[in-house]
Design a protein around this ligand. Structure first.
Ligand code: URA
Length: 194
């Protein structure tokens, strides 16, 4: 891992290096059974070099805690790109391709049982059905093509939930909690069969 950090610290493979303050590589445990992949670092992440530490990250932490998933031990967190896109725009296809090998290296290193795809950008990097929206795909279990033992589960992005305040049955916040609890059960059932 330190090797990857060392390599990426000076990465100039895409134009995002021109405006970044920090390369944001990962947080959590490399021994985790669950990997969570977000879109891209925002301003707080760029400042600190740690993924999901801003408002969206704090909300994510609340949902993880309610679902019984420990951020530090049960999860390894990364993003589709490691540097902040200016103005928090979505990363381009070229930027995602330039950073794709880094993400694959992280998956191969962690060997998670389940990868949570957080939001549409992360989902589109792994599930190539153009008709699938995050609202339809969330909470479903897919196979990761390169290793059938690794499951993919798309969920809503916490930035979206910052604008959705209801916790009523069937609301986005309710579904987020259900999806995370399902991931926890899925990981436990994978453990029993391996
Ligand atoms: N949003 C993301 O997708 N990733 C982060 O690290 C922070 C916010």
């Amino acid at each position: 891992m330190d090797n990857l950090k060392e390599q990426l610290k000076n990465c100039t493979k895409c134009p995002l290096h021109l405006t970044r303050n920090n390369v944001v590589i990962s947080d959590g445990s490399i021994n985790a059974d669950i990997m969570l992949i977000g879109e891209a670092p925002g301003a707080d992440e760029d400042k600190t070099g740690i993924p999901f530490v801003g408002r969206a990250g704090k909300l994510l932490n609340e949902f993880l805690a309610k679902a019984g998933i420990k951020r530090e031990n049960d999860l390894y967190i990364a993003n589709t790109v490691k540097c902040r896109p200016p103005g928090n725009r979505k990363p381009t296809k070229e930027e995602k391709i330039a950073c794709g090998d880094n993400l694959k290296k992280q998956i191969n290193m962690v060997k998670p049982k389940v990868i949570i795809l957080c939001g549409a950008t992360a989902m589109e990097s792994f599930i190539f059905d153009k008709k699938l929206t995050i609202s339809k795909a969330r909470g479903q279990v897919f196979n990761y093509d390169e290793d059938k033992n690794i499951k993919l589960v798309p969920i809503f992005h916490p930035s979206y939930l910052l604008r959705q305040h209801s916790n009523a049955e069937g609301s986005p916040r309710d579904l987020m909690l259900k999806d995370l609890k399902m991931v926890k059960e899925l990981v436990n059932s994978c453990k029993k069969t391996t």
